[in-house]
Design a protein around this ligand. Structure first.
Ligand code: C2O
Length: 576
């Protein structure tokens, strides 16, 4: 096994899109940032040099960090943030995982521009893929372009001001030809393909907010992995991908040679919907052929004009390109089916004996600015601010001197600085009945909530079931729930309110998909199981940036096991 080394210099650079120069915080001057490519079993060492004015940490999203919680990169949970003009080296091994993961900054909003792919190939190369060997592998990173100062957006949101939008969506950093600057289309991402060849697309949603639909006109995807776990091959013309998720899909270049749009369209625009600009972005799949067959291809395309599923469109250079028919931007059903159709490629040993049950209601709430229990909520004399919650608790980042992990390791002192994450919401109600949304017509009336560093402690090896229940107030927001340090079996998901009596019957204990990020269906629920066997302090949170930064998060403390090799080792020597 090799040691794969990188130096990540975080700095601010000017980038111009849509006729506007914007100062963005990036790694090595690139957006997306550099891809880390490893073979399973390799070690990774990334020297982070912080030349930005912000405190930074990097999280290796989906990497299990077995016995290595120290490298997980959550500020004040696992480490102190890396201050401006400071360096830090992350070291971790990538063991027992194959496929596509990614890395991103774990500080509010900056992951919009601080992210990149983390690609893990099997030990014996492409021949050991459990699917036909692809001719080429291509990362497809879907993201947002913001023309705003992101730390400022965060401060404003903290202060109850939510009127901020991205300026567009991107595929591999390009806005695409639906966006233009003074009438000149922005270039889109172009994938050149050779007829008959097979491409493995490694799709990552690095966007802050939206779930996306991805389609390529006249082509189908065969999904082979999600969150770096192989799934049973699933053929579909659309991929649905929520923030934090990854999807690996094979695409065969078997259409008539020509040009085909690759379109990424958000399906969950932030409310209020009326003010949301159109964020759809398009790139291009372009067949590499000689000129005469290109002409034939274009003619063939023209003859398909008016086909039911697809429509032709003028490409930027005037010749015809085929555009896919996209799902509606309010279509959450297609996403529900996409996610429900995933099953693990392998039969799994899902533990049957459950030790702990958590029912987590995801919601929005309000807390009083003055820190008191009661205040004037909403309306003219609004004395409260909006927070995002799990069981009506909004996560408060630890403010103690030591990050929680060190507090735990040195003093087992966590008890003093955290509160127990409650088992259920303080009031039971019909979570998904829209009529019961506590929104008044003119004012926001949100569930009164509290703020705490909410934590759950699990014995080493505990089998934990969690039901994530979405609530009506979140309609229109996506809820991808991400657990650090462990993968989760996604046992079942459904629409409406979870009903223990009948829904447990539906649990897939044979080949559930294995995920680090589980999209809770809109107005629905998802049931997961995981084995808490990786000692440390792990973050669990919604990957929708507004929910995360407003507190839809908690920490799980997994205790040491009985032996040295099931216990958290001391911090690496570079910890100050
Ligand atoms: Cu991808 Cu805690 O995040």
């Amino acid at each position: 096994a090799a040691v794969v080394e990188h130096t990540f210099v975080v700095s601010q650079v000017n980038m111009t899109h849509l006729c506007k120069e914007t100062l963005v915080t990036v790694v090595n001057g690139q957006l997306p940032g550099p891809a880390i490519e490893v073979t399973e079993g390799d070690s990774v060492a990334v020297l982070l040099v912080n030349k930005s004015p912000y405190n930074i940490t990097i999280h290796w999203h989906g990497v299990k960090q077995w016995l290595n919680c120290w490298a997980d990169g959550v500020p004040m949970v696992t480490q102190r943030p890396i201050l401006p003009n400071h360096n830090f080296t992350y070291r971790f091994n990538v063991v027992g995982q194959e496929g596509t993961l990614w890395w991103h900054a774990h500080v509010p909003f900056l992951r919009a521009t601080l992210h990149g792919a983390l690609i893990i190939r099997p030990r014996h190369g492409a021949i050991s893929y459990p699917f036909p060997k692809p001719d080429m592998e291509v990362p497809i990173i879907i993201g947002d372009w913001w023309q705003l100062d992101l730390p400022q957006v965060y401060r404003s949101m903290k202060n109850d001001s939510f009127d901020f939008f991205a300026s567009g969506s991107t595929i591999n950093g390009k806005l695409g030809d639906l966006f233009n600057c003074s009438g000149v289309p922005e270039g889109g991402y172009v994938l050149d393909v050779v007829p008959g060849k097979t491409y493995l697309l490694r799709v990552i949603n690095a966007g802050l907010f939206s779930e996306f639909y991805l389609k390529i006109a006249a082509h189908k995807f065969t999904v082979v992995a999600a969150d770096a776990n192989y799934v049973s091959p699933y053929t579909t013309d659309v991929i649905a991908i929520a923030p934090g998720e990854t999807v690996d899909a094979l695409v065969v270049a078997n259409a008539t040679p020509g040009r085909y749009y690759m379109v990424a369209k958000p399906n969950q625009a932030p409310l209020p919907d009326t003010q949301t600009p159109e964020f759809t972005t398009r790139g291009m799949v372009q067949y590499r052929v000689n000129h005469s067959s290109m002409t034939n291809g274009a003619a063939a395309l023209r003859s398909r004009r008016g086909a039911k599923e697809e429509e032709n469109d003028e490409g930027p250079s005037g010749d015809v390109a085929l555009a896919p028919q996209m799902p509606d931007k309010h279509d959450t059903v297609t996403s529900f089916y996409f996610h429900s159709n995933l099953t693990s490629l392998y039969h799994l040993t899902v533990p049957q004996q459950v030790d702990e049950n958590l029912f987590l209601v995801l919601g929005l709430g309000s807390i009083c600015r003055n820190g008191q229990q009661s205040c004037n909520r909403g309306g003219k004399n609004n004395e409260s601010i909006t927070v995002a919650t799990m069981n009506s608790v909004s996560f408060q980042h630890p403010t103690a001197n030591l990050p929680l992990l060190e507090e735990h390791y040195y003093h087992s002192g966590l008890i003093d600085v955290v509160q127990e994450l409650p088992d259920g919401p303080p009031r039971a109600f019909n979570f998904t009945d829209k009529a019961l949304i506590p929104f008044g017509p003119k004012e926001l009336r949100l569930e009164p909530s509290s703020k705490a560093t909410a934590m759950r402690r699990f014995q080493h090896g505990a089998v934990v079931d969690i039901v994530f229940q979405s609530s009506a107030i979140l309609q229109g927001d996506s809820n991808p729930m991400h657990l650090h340090g462990h993968d989760m079996f996604l046992l079942a998901e459904g629409l409406g309110n979870y009903n223990a009596a009948k829904d447990v019957e539906r649990y897939n204990l044979v080949n559930p998909p294995v995920k680090n990020t589980v999209l809770v269906p809109n107005l629905g629920w998802a049931a997961v199981r995981f084995v808490a066997n990786n000692p440390g302090v792990w973050f669990i949170h919604c990957h929708y940036e507004f929910h995360l930064t407003m507190g839809m998060a908690a920490v799980f403390l997994v205790e040491d096991g009985p032996t040295v090799d099931t216990s958290l080792p001391p911090p690496p020597s570079n910890f100050q």
